[in-house]
Design a protein around this ligand. Structure first.
Ligand SMILES: N[C@@H](CCC(=O)N[C@@H](CS)C(=O)NCC(=O)O)C(=O)O
Length: 245
């Protein structure tokens, strides 16, 4: 049995799914519910304390607790071109770290907006709810987001998320300014799979490829960044069209 515990709209889960799909590994999915689902993850990971996250892959009794280990496992058991070519190992590892930093900064910006701004919290509630109910539930949404903020210690570096996000996007734009299609070498590697989904917090990719999280495209977009870095979105979109059909 190969089972992926994931959050469909999370870029971290997308990295794992993309690697599994690229290597044609078949798996079933279990949808994690943020915060509420932590207990199940604790049991699975045998981790009574500390932070637990998805994606997690269970495969024949083995546990792979994060996106990178899942992608490496997919490479070990699957087919298709390597995502971790030996000759580019160091560069791919660097891009993995870059992706984690980009995602953490993006999550910081997104979560603080939802936690601190009543209107943003209200906008993140399901659209099918009556506006009056949404306005009633907005404080609950904010409280929930504050639990999420606490889980990831997002306020520890409250002021740095936005500048870090900008600096990383500028760095990526510089690298891609030569018009390259792939971050490392001449073919798709885990570097691309790790970085492209991290642009979800600038503007979500087309919903054919992955669903958008609570609040929809508006809540997940940072319009000023999308306008400043259209070349990054164009690179991401071309990569998805070519490799994620
Ligand atoms: N380094 C980990 C990070 C995973 C991570 O941060 N997952 C978050 C995505 S927002 C998560 O599980 N969120 C749901 C929750 O906290 O309940 C990986 O690459 O898998």
């Amino acid at each position: 049995m190969t089972r992926l515990h994931h959050l469909p709209f999370s870029p971290w889960s997308e990295k794992a799914r993309w690697a599994l799909d690229h290597h044609r590994v078949s798996y079933e999915t279990v949808q994690h519910v943020p915060l509420v689902g932590d207990m199940r993850l604790r049991v699975l990971l045998r981790k009574p304390r500390g932070r637990v996250t998805v994606p997690i892959l269970e495969d024949q009794g083995q546990i792979f607790p994060d996106s990178l280990s899942i992608a490496r496992h997919a490479e070990a058991i699957g087919t298709g071109t390597p995502l971790f070519p030996a000759e580019h190992a160091t560069q791919v590892q660097r891009w993995h770290q870059f992706s984690e930093e980009l995602l953490n900064a993006g999550r910081g910006v997104f979560a603080l907006k939802q936690a601190d701004d009543v209107q943003a919290a209200q906008a993140a509630l399901p659209r099918k709810l009556h506006p009056a109910v949404r306005s009633l539930l907005a404080p609950v949404a904010r409280q929930t987001m504050n639990l999420f903020v606490a889980k990831y210690r997002i306020r520890d570096s409250e002021r740095s998320h936005r500048p870090v996000l900008e600096r990383l996007l500028e760095g990526l734009a510089t690298v891609l300014s030569d018009g390259r299609q792939y971050l490392v070498g001449e073919q798709l590697t885990y570097a691309d799979l790790a970085v492209a989904p991290a642009l979800q917090m600038v503007r979500p990719v087309d919903k054919r490829f992955m669903p958008v999280g609570p609040g929809g495209r508006k809540a997940w977009s940072n319009d000023d960044l999308a306008e400043r870095f259209p070349q990054l979105l164009a690179w991401r979109d071309a990569l998805y069209e070519a490799h994620r059909s």
